[in-house]
Design a protein around this ligand. Structure first.
Ligand code: ADP
Ligand code: MG
Length: 724
């Protein structure tokens, strides 16, 4: 075994749990939840009544923020933060890199007399100007006009981030350019929520609810991730630099036995999860479930759903907290969509619905066929996804997710809707002229007298569908584990708003203010939607080949990779849609397209360079060493008139030659990379660089299975996934 690999394994097996366990005397439930959040109760306690009420009106009703309240909020926030040990404040923003960014400033300012004062004014709360000109803007701002502003998002509460050496007040903000263009993932999300509210209000009004309160979308994100020992991580340059393994033969035991799925959680991992949850609790993130996933060393964490804007910010916090806490336990959290080839990858199921503070508008109730309002919202989703499934697909397009979508562990790149038996039946009835019954859920009888008969759901689940109705929400399952959920939410909210707009207009036309006409108008409009958009509904197995054929027959797009999917962002249809609802201007759409495409190229280039470097400097030398050992043994034996090991030597010779040839080919392909529009680069990367990388990997992985273990330089899949 190579020395570095041996050292890594020795370090892992010598790992000792941290000696002083966390102080869990405080119950993590009540006492701890939100202690580091400038929450509603903190605001109520510390803000003048009128200021508190004004803030609440903005949060609860979406009213315009009365900026004169900012002074009082700034003072209260500062005092609260300083009491909690904060020395700095930071505007946190969400640039198009998909990560969070923050600029820290000290509360202290010189008082002009040689001392310092704790300062934090309304202006500093409301607005920041991080230089931040190196964030991707896709041409929206040239470096000479680099002004970018962060603006306080009142609807997402400020929080305290702890560090052993001090704490920081973090203020979630939106990030835009001097020209007002969105440079981040929050601005369009807030815009999309605003238009969704407007359109949903029109529908609710038709159903006689003229003052339902703000309608907003909700999101609950199930995050999958891997945890591996840090010593392995540091022994793998591919993991350090590309967050995924670029080499590694499939271990004899992979995930076939599925013996870890929902199994007992290893102690170190559980300790890490407990602390992660505790930290998230303090930040007001309502984490709820945890379990082992299908792949070895893979896990999942999920919160209770929240307002989609807040859930998005909390999702970022969940990812950073997972990564931060894992380090404390000697592990690394991998959020890449496919850290290990041949083993399930990681996704992020995005559960999405819309509602008011008291109701879920996608709740079918017990007799959905007669729940007209629900049927309208559900039909709007059907129309929306049929018309704009391509856009939804494009929001999850990036290099990492290309390994996952369509790989029989995640839905295919074809977007369709799973409605389940009960709702499909109802919409079929509507299509034929009117829905009169709902199939009953019934009871599940297990056949054991001592077990209770419990009510079963009206339909079974379908784990293979990309967009499934799951009881009272849709679950979008194509999001990658490392991605922000903002992009998919922006698309969902906007396409839903568009369909609600369409339905409201049709209903308004037909009823002309007469509520008695509503029922037949709804029947007409929904029947039309079933007829025109029913093709998006598919309840079968999404993994089988026959579905791909059937989907093509139904003209559902199959954008199987990032390079095919991203251009959808600048199709006329989607540019017009985003413009119509003021969610993203054509300039903003084009800039996003450019940024994401460029990112794809960069990801592939980095991976290809790494592949070449590791193959040349690490794997090839190991192969040559073994060749040398075999060859000298063969020679020595020949001199003794004996033959041995020539078959293995031939195999190693052949593979070493293949490795060398493929490295050479990859080098050529990287060198030939032409100048030109980004789409050309991306297409070249997909069609030439990716296959050349695959060829190198194939030869290397086969070598891994023959080269003496003594020489193999990189920690193997077996070691990384199973030594815990
Ligand atoms: P699974 O899909 O693994 O069975 P669950 O059904 O428990 O998981 O729920 C998944 C997620 O869906 C949770 O985060 C939950 O809070 C969220 N969820 C439930 N209701 C809604 C809703 N109305 N809007 C958005 N998310 C929701
Ligand atoms: Mg799920």
């Amino acid at each position: 075994m190579s020395t570095s690999r041996m050292n890594a394994i020795a370090a892992v097996t010598n790992y000792r749990p941290i000696e002083k366990p966390l102080n869990f005397s405080e119950t993590p439930s009540k006492g701890l939840f939100g202690v580091n959040v400038f929450s509603d109760s903190v605001m109520r306690e510390r803000l003048p009544k009128a200021v508190y009420k004004a803030i609440r009106r903005t949060i609860d009703n979406g009213e315009k923020l009365d900026i004169t309240v900012a002074d009082a909020v700034a003072v209260a926030m500062r005092d609260w933060a300083i009491e909690k040990g904060a020395t700095h404040y930071a505007h946190v923003f969400y640039p198009l890199t998909g990560q969070t960014a923050e600029k820290h400033d000290s509360f202290l300012e010189p008082d002009g007399k040689g001392g310092v004062l704790a300062e934090f004014s309304a202006r500093q709360l409301i607005q920041g100007e991080p230089d931040a000109s190196s964030f991707p803007s896709g041409g929206l701002r040239a470096t000479f006009e680099a002004r970018g502003y962060t603006a306080w998002d009142v609807t997402s509460p400020a929080f305290i981030l702890e560090n052993p050496n001090g704490t920081t007040l973090c203020i979630p903000t939106a990030f835009c350019s001097w020209t007002g263009d969105a440079l981040d993932k929050k601005v369009p999300l807030l815009r999309s929520m605003q238009v969704l509210n407007t359109m949903a209000q029109r529908i609710l009004k038709l159903f006689g609810d003229s003052d339902p309160g703000l309608v907003f979308s909700t999101a609950g994100c199930e995050q999958e991730y891997f945890l591996i020992d840090r010593n392995f991580f540091f022994a793998r340059p591919d993991l350090i630099n590309a967050n995924r393994t670029l080499f590694g033969a499939k271990p004899p035991k992979g995930q076939e036995l599925e013996d870890q799925y929902f199994g007992a959680i290893p102690e170190r991992v559980l300790a890490c999860m407990l602390e992660t949850e505790r930290e998230l609790y303090k930040l007001g993130v309502p984490v709820k479930t945890r379990h082992n996933e299908v792949a070895p060393a893979q896990y999942e964490i999920a919160p209770v759903f929240e307002n989609a804007n807040l859930a998005t910010d909390h999702q970022y916090l969940t990812m950073t907290t997972l990564q931060r806490v894992a380090q404390k336990y000697g592990m690394t959290c991998l959020l890449h969509e496919k850290p290990f080839a041949g083993i399930n990858g990681s996704g992020k199921h995005l559960n999405w619905s819309l509602g008011t503070r008291t109701s879920n508008l996608l709740d079918p109730g017990n007799t959905p066929h007669s729940n007209m309002q629900f049927l309208v919202f559900c039909a709007a989703a059907i129309r929306a996804v049929h018309l704009h499934g391509d856009l939804l697909r494009a929001t999850v397009a990036h290099a990492g997710n290309d390994h996952r979508l369509g790989a029989n562990e995640a839905p295919p790149a074809i977007i369709s809707i799973y409605l389940g038996e009960q709702l499909t039946d109802i919409f079929e009835q509507i299509g034929k002229g009117g829905a009169r019954t709902s199939k009953k859920p019934g009871y599940l009888n297990v056949g054991v007298d001592t077990l209770p008969a419990f009510p079963k759901d009206a339909g079974d689940r379908n784990r293979t569908s990309p967009f499934a109705f799951t009881g009272n929400k849709f679950e979008f399952r194509a999001v990658g584990a490392s991605q922000s959920v903002s992009g998919p939410l922006v698309a969902l909210n906007t396409i839903m708003a568009d369909s609600l707009d369409h339905i409201a207009t049709e209903l308004e036309k037909r009823t002309k203010g007469n509520p008695a006409k509503l029922n037949s108008a709804v029947q007409d409009v929904l029947q039309q939607i079933v007829k025109e958009h029913g093709a998006i509904i598919y309840n079968g197995d999404n993994y089988i080949e026959a579905w791909h054929k059937e989907a093509a027959r139904r003209s559902l797009p199959n954008l199987s990779n990032t390079v095919d999917a991203l251009p959808v962002l600048i199709s006329k249809k989607n540019i017009d849609l985003m413009k119509k609802y003021n969610v993203l201007s054509p300039r903003e759409m084009e800039s996003r397209y450019e940024i994401y495409l460029e990112r794809y190229v960069k990801d592939i280039i980095v991976e290809s360079r790494l592949t070449l470097e590791i193959a040349k400097t690490t794997i090839f030398p190991a192969a040559v060493k073994y060749q040398h050992q075999l060859a000298s043994t063969a020679l020595a034996l020949q001199q003794l008139d004996k033959t041995c090991c020539t078959a293995v030597l031939d195999e190693v010779n052949g593979l070493a030659k293949e490795l060398q040839d493929s490295m050479h080919a990859l080098e050529m392909v990287i060198g030939n990379h032409v100048e030109g529009p980004t789409l050309d680069h991306a297409t070249y990367a997909r069609d030439h660089i990716v296959p050349a990388m695959d060829r190198v990997r194939k030869a290397a992985d086969r070598l891994e299975c023959v080269v003496s273990d003594e020489f193999w330089p990189l920690p193997t899949y077996q070691e990384m996934l199973f030594i815990k």
